[in-house]
Write a protein that binds this ligand. Structure first.
Ligand code: TYC
Length: 104
């Protein structure tokens, strides 16, 4: 161990270096039926946004079709998607919430 050459140490580093875990964007999609106030409530309750920020993001989804609501590790993102989707269905709204790997 004490006498390994530099090339060997370098190879070992490459073999064992771990990538930081991927992050995932949680995204809301527009639809024609979910009330605006409901989407604002979702953004406040599940993504901890201030009312004004929630209105801005909701309007961005409404006008542009989609918006990122938060960025999280895989498990947290998946749980957000589940919670938002089941909350929307409980209220009979078709609101769609999805996650996508954040390439950066
Ligand atoms: N387009 C919806 C309406 O006009 C509002 C809406 C906004 C729906 C954002 C979904 O993710 C959404 N009532």
């Amino acid at each position: 161990m004490a006498h390994r050459n530099l090339a060997e140490v370098d190879r070992e580093k490459q073999r064992t270096r771990v990538k930081p875990p991927s992050l995932f964007n949680v995204i809301l999609l527009n639809d024609d039926f979910t009330p605006m106030e409901f989407v604002v409530r979702v953004l406040q309750q599940f993504f901890f946004m201030e009312h004004e920020t929630a209105i801005q993001i909701m309007l961005e989804v409404h006008t542009r079709g989609r918006s990122i609501c938060g960025v999280y590790p895989r498990d947290v993102a998946a749980t957000k998607v589940e919670h938002v989707t089941s909350f929307a269905r409980q209220h009979q709204h078709p609101l769609q919430c999805v996650m996508e790997e954040n390439g950066t």
